[in-house]
Design a binder for this molecule. Sequence first.
Ligand code: ZN
Length: 320
Amino acid sequence: MCQNFRMQTKLLGSSAGGGFPQWNCSCTNCRALRKGELNGKSRTQSQVALSSDLKSWFLLNASPDLRAQIESTPELQPSSSGQSIRHTPIAAVILTNADLDHVLGLLLMRESQPIHVYATKSVRRILTEDNSMFKMLDQKQGQVKWTDVVSETPFELCGVDGVKSTLICTPFSLPSKYPIYVGSERASELSREEAVLALVIEDTKTKKKMAYLPGIAALDESWLKRIGSCDLVFCDGTFWTDEELKKLSGAPRTSREMGHIPMSGELGSIELLSKIDRRVTKVFTHINNTNPALNENGPEYACIRDAGLILGHDGMVFDL
Ligand SMILES: [Zn+2]
């Protein structure tokens, strides 16, 4: 029935938390964009959707901008042929961590709609035990189905109704921390391996693979090899330099300390990704509004393009 379809991936949101422009930011980029003086695009907070049959869609994280992203994507909207007026083609959500810009969209998916959420046990506990607002997802019995995922243990993606897709997801634990709102006492009770995941998703029909790494502090040999075996990778494009936010807003931590490999410099993502087979489509996402690469007239944007890499923007579609 669906043999002719390929895995389709939609980049619905390509910005880091805050979006571009960010409500309280007057950095060079945000200012120029607002004035209409930037050759660049506004961006919503990071969101990816993928499907292997163009009917059921899986969301990678749940952006605070999810409502607008759904409204700009007809495939994610309820069809007029549905049995009841309330339904959704969104089969499930896979969370990579508990960051607000990755989970707030779950609260937009209430309205008594049954949903399936995959997360590590620790991320599930942070949301359901520590944050009472998430009880809105569980007003009716069976409204939300949580499935705990374990690093390096592949699982088949399926909807809340149990209908399986042909997609297999393998999560990989990344060395990182829980968000600040979790607090150090609570974080100390939770497994550090369950704080942040990267995902590799394979369509078993076509053997095509994509990797999703919206927050990764370093691309080590094992990751470079793994990415080299994929057809498409969405890589952390948060900051251009390691000191970017420190210099601009006096942030206490460097990009790497915040869990984000910078694009430029030695062992930066541009240098490392450009060494990988050119047949792998490499797309930067989770781009912070301060990143100078957002200026498409600038040398940073040219550097990305000349390395054979893509600066992701909202609305991009990739067929595998
Ligand atoms: Zn800004």
